[in-house]
Design a protein around this ligand. Structure first.
Ligand SMILES: [Zn+2]
Length: 366
């Protein structure tokens, strides 16, 4: 049994009647494959606006879509797309089964772009498929938005927030994480109290409720703290261990610097106090031994830091929150930042964070 190449492409493109392949044009020199799709004359189509099933064709418009490469051949689908005449809606362009409305790519092309963007930079994708990166960003923006519109935040109870920027000197974004699912649920520009309000609105647009939130983990920024207190009345705030220890180390260093100005014994001990005792080098250990019985403010500050550390290590503090789960998600955001070459805007940075850390379910053919 033989099958015509037109029929073969009809199956490959998943086309059903009244659509058929009229012509396939292989250009070996141009390294291009052009597939011309048409429809049986006299066909009726549903109205793209109201869905009324059998509308007559009013006229047609020539359109072209980029499809997956056929081996190394750039592949395009061409079609005269019918516009139907609907009694209620007037003249409307028919929805074709191989592409979403307004897109210059086929659905399978969209699918490949979204899949690749979870592992590759957009710049690399643009180079690979030989398309302008803004076209690729538009595809990603659409699918991230579409997947986010179906998100259900009704179970979100524990939230962490942290700030980051795509590069030094660029605008900050605040990233909100569902700590139970370890997924990013909201990203917005800024790092002030307004970001808390922005998160609350997003939560409520996705079946969540500010009253459900009983844990909020953040750094010690007064803007976040006051924002959370005002907006999430049932949330207790936990300071992220990582951030608290960072502040503690800064405080110790300040004490040491002051004391060092009138006590030469403390010269060159900066790194000793930033470490835990079990991590000291042999030399640092000797220095510590020679200092530990002196009455030094730096020693006192250091012992407060160790007490604070012990507090976190106690068995009854089992909340995932206090153990710096944000650090894990930070590494995901860092991965998104590492692929930052080619971000043209904060908007694209936000799209990438959702794409890579949002655990979104994309509505795409496979
Ligand atoms: Zn209609």
């Amino acid at each position: 049994m033989s099958i015509s190449q037109e029929a073969l492409f009809k199956i490959a493109l998943n086309l059903e009647d009244p659509w058929y392949i009229k012509l396939i044009d292989f250009s070996v020199e141009g390294k291009q494959l052009d597939v011309h799709v048409d429809f049986d004359s006299g066909s009726k189509f549903p109205c793209a606006n109201c869905g009324k099933p059998v509308c007559s064709v009013h006229d047609t418009i020539e359109r072209t879509w980029r499809h997956l490469n056929f081996f190394q051949f750039k592949t395009y689908i061409h079609c005269r797309v019918p516009r139907t005449e609907c009694k209620d809606c007037g003249v409307k362009q028919v929805k074709v089964p191989w592409s979403r409305k307004g897109s210059g790519f086929t659905l399978l092309m969209d699918s490949m772009i979204v899949l690749m963007a979870q592992h590759m930079t957009v710049t690399a994708i643009a180079e690979m498929i030989d398309e302008h990166d803004t076209r690729i960003w538009r595809v990603l923006e659409y699918y991230v938005g579409d997947a986010r519109s179906n998100e259900d935040f009704s179970e979100v109870k524990s939230v962490g927030v942290d700030e980051t920027s795509r590069a030094k000197g660029h605008k900050y974004v605040s990233v909100f994480i569902d700590l139970d699912k370890s997924k990013v649920v909201h990203v917005c520009e800024g790092r002030d109290a307004s970001t808390i309000e922005s998160f609350k609105n997003d939560l409520e647009q996705h079946k969540g409720s500010s009253e459900n939130i009983n844990n909020f983990c953040c750094d010690m920024s007064p803007a976040f703290i006051s924002g959370i207190n005002d907006t999430f009345p049932n949330a207790s705030i936990t300071f992220d261990k990582f951030h608290v220890m960072k502040l503690m180390n800064e405080a110790i260093d300040k004490v040491r610097r002051e004391e060092q100005s009138h006590n030469v014994l403390l010269k060159k001990t900066r790194y000793l106090w930033l470490k835990n005792p079990e991590n000291l080098t042999i030399k640092q250990n000797e220095t510590f031994g020679s200092l530990k019985n002196l009455r030094l403010k730096t020693l006192k500050a250091y012992s407060i830091k160790l007490a604070l550390r012990d507090f976190w290590n106690q068995d009854h503090i089992k909340t995932k929150i206090s153990n710096g789960i944000l650090e894990g998600t930070n590494s995901l955001i860092q991965a998104a930042k590492d692929s930052a070459r080619g971000f043209r805007s904060t908007k694209n940075f936000i799209i990438t964070i959702y794409l890579r850390t949002g655990k979104l379910e994309f509505n795409l053919p496979t």
